[in-house]
Design a protein around this ligand. Structure first.
Ligand code: FES
Ligand code: FES
Length: 162
């Protein structure tokens, strides 16, 4: 009997640092981040690309890390929630806005929400309410009722303007 697991060498940029590691051919990016790189800020819930909890940015675009194979990020740039704050601990304005507007309760959806917000505001710094609702369609929250999240995104847009 042969071992069906194939180990691959993997190089990519993670939160501004060069990473050399190994992954299995079937391993998802979320599994690599959480289980091998100890970056547990990325959450996993549905595992079928529906809820957005596992959202990270790859080359600046939001992706569901639960369904992206780790090997697919070779030589690409990955940003997780751990890479947003400054090295001195100062929170990114989007993180601060989520705190200021009480935009979470259990917090399970929050890393994905914040990274999706970053992708939105990088592309469209002053989105309308409707544009925010449309863009955030793939991120589900079971707790907040969404109004506070909407307010946080609007506040983040203003903070980033300054
Ligand atoms: S855990 Fe990836 S989209 Fe839900
Ligand atoms: S704060 Fe609990 S799922 Fe969003």
């Amino acid at each position: 009997m042969t071992d069906s697991k194939q180990t691959l060498q993997l190089h990519f940029q993670l939160n501004g640092r060069s990473i050399e590691t190994e992954c299995e051919a079937q391993e998802t990016l979320a599994e690599l981040l959480r289980n091998h790189l100890n970056l547990t800020g990325t959450k996993v819930s549905c595992e079928v690309q529906v809820c957005g909890a596992c959202t990270v940015l790859v080359d600046g675009l939001p992706v569901s890390s639960c369904t992206l194979l780790a090997y697919e990020v070779r030589d690409r740039n990955v940003l997780t929630i751990e890479g947003l704050a400054k090295p001195d601990g100062t929170l990114h304005p989007i993180q601060q806005a989520f705190i200021d507007e009480f935009a979470f309760q259990c917090g399970f959806c929050t890393p994905g929400m914040i990274l999706a917000t970053k992708a939105l505001l990088d592309e469209n710094p002053k989105p309308t309410r409707e544009e925010i609702v449309h863009f955030m369609d793939g991120n589900i929250c079971r707790c907040t009722g969404y109004v506070s999240i909407l307010h946080a995104i609007q506040k983040a847009s203003k903070l980033l303007e300054k």
